[in-house]
Design a binder for this molecule. Structure first.
Ligand code: FAD
Ligand code: UDP
Length: 364
């Protein structure tokens, strides 16, 4: 069979590029996915109790890119959910990102917004140049809040302390002086009204797209003919690990269904200092589904397993650069997405990457 494009991976990056090519360029696409489902890590499904869950952990869509929001809105409505997270610290559940309520609850005070700012000014550590994920935090909130919220959570999640990670890891979480308790400040946020998998189905429903599930692209690549490839799997696997394996962090999810309407106050509760899991997600809070029972997932970080998080550390990035150099030399293969670019991207960022790549391809 002859295709114009072979797209590897049916996550956000692969699906968006396949949809664009098929509908806007009227070209034939073969989309190969090694898992038994579409959606990549954003995949959701109804569990045996009829509760909609995210197989690979909580996925909340948020973006400031109007282009990305408008594009996806062609395929879904949004449920309007705004993400809020609590952290369990010293026996109390307090807002994270750290805000005025967090400070007052832990310090047993009633500081105003200005006083919270003054408090942080008095305890923050002077850092000449922010070099790592620890510097980012202590230079804003000082040692006490760093230790309570970031130090141990990060160790659990990444297997190393924040000193050894790039600044952008903890820069993902803002610090606030007011009572704003939204996890994301982005203009557009929510979950697809009928779930992510439904969104993906709608994007892929086109006569020019052929989908092959349960297939590693290396099993078929010799047998099909195509002009160009878009690769969204792990870059080290593409090059047969010739510079060594890139480190990824993985997770194991322990799902539990409870015979109560709600298990916890909000969709996600983080446990920086207690237990071996990092957080508990209760899906109904974010999907807005009503159901007499509830399903939760406890997240246990792992060294090995499915590659979920590229390691945002200098030594790993050095190895990635070697692969990236090789990738740039290939004329008709394009690498996009969290695994192929080895970047801690959010969903909107990979959609943006795919839309940008599409523009380049369309011009050519
Ligand atoms: P993926 O979704 O990983 O898709 C890549 C696909 O390629 C996979 O389906 C994989 O099976 C397939 N593949 C790999 N190798 C091969 C091969 N050899 N042959 C065929 N197929 C292959 N982002 C947010 O914006 N908001 C959130 O709240 C959020 N929460 C997250 C929570 C967790 C626990 C995790 C792990 C990530 C979260 N993300 C979140 C990030 C989000 O999952 C990613 O940005 C997004 O899924 C990346 O899409 P992708 O297409 O690049 O990669
Ligand atoms: N983080 C932390 N404590 C928290 C929340 C986050 O130390 O309560 C740090 C941790 O290193 C984490 C990073 O900030 O990996 C990014 O957090 P985010 O919630 O964005 O992680 P993700 O949802 O991508 O797993």
């Amino acid at each position: 069979m002859r295709y114009n494009f072979l797209v590897v991976g049916a996550g956000f990056s692969g699906t968006v590029i396949a949809e664009r090519i098929a509908t806007q360029l009227d070209k034939r696409v073969l989309l190969v996915e090694k898992r038994d489902h579409i959606g990549g890590n954003a995949y959701d499904y109804y569990d045996e109790h009829g509760i909609l869950v995210h197989k690979y952990g909580p996925h909340i869509f948020h973006t400031n890119y109007y282009e990305v929001w408008r594009y996806l809105s062609q395929f879904t409505e949004w449920n309007g959910y705004v993400h809020r997270v609590l952290a369990y610290v010293d026996g109390k559940k307090v807002p994270i990102p750290i805000n005025r309520v967090t400070v007052n609850t832990l310090l047993g005070k009633n500081l105003s917004e200005t006083q919270v700012k003054e408090y942080f000014d008095s305890v923050k550590v002077q850092v000449n140049a922010v070099r790592n994920a620890r510097d980012v935090v202590v230079s804003q909130v000082g040692e006490y809040f760093y230790e309570k919220f970031y130090k141990n959570y990060t160790y659990k999640q990444w297997g190393v302390y924040p000193e050894e990670l790039r600044p952008e890891v903890t820069r993902r979480i803002p610090v606030r002086f007011n009572d704003d308790d939204r996890y994301f400040s982005d203009k557009y946020q929510g979950l697809p009204k009928n779930g992510y998998t439904e969104l993906f189905k709608r994007m892929l429903k086109h006569k020019n797209i052929e989908l092959l599930l349960n297939t590693d692209y290396k099993e078929v690549v010799e047998d099909i003919s195509f002009d160009k490839m878009i690769y969204t799997g792990p870059i080290d696997y593409f090059f047969d690990y010739q510079f060594g394996k890139l480190p990824y962090r993985s997770l194991s999810f322990q799902f539990e269904t409870h015979d109560i309407e709600y298990f916890q106050e909000v969709a996600v509760v983080n446990y920086p200092n207690d237990f071996e899991f990092t957080r508990i997600t209760e899906f109904k809070h974010m999907t807005l589904q009503r159901h007499p029972k509830t399903t939760i997932a406890k997240e246990y970080p792992l060294v090995d397993g499915e590659p979920y998080y590229p390691m945002p550390a200098e030594d790993a990035l050095e190895v990635y650069k070697k692969y990236q150099k090789k990738a740039e030399k290939l004329d008709s293969v394009y690498f996009i997405g969290r695994l192929a670019e080895y970047r801690y991207y959010n969903m909107d960022q990979v959609v943006k990457r795919a839309l940008d790549l599409f523009r380049t391809l369309a011009k050519a």
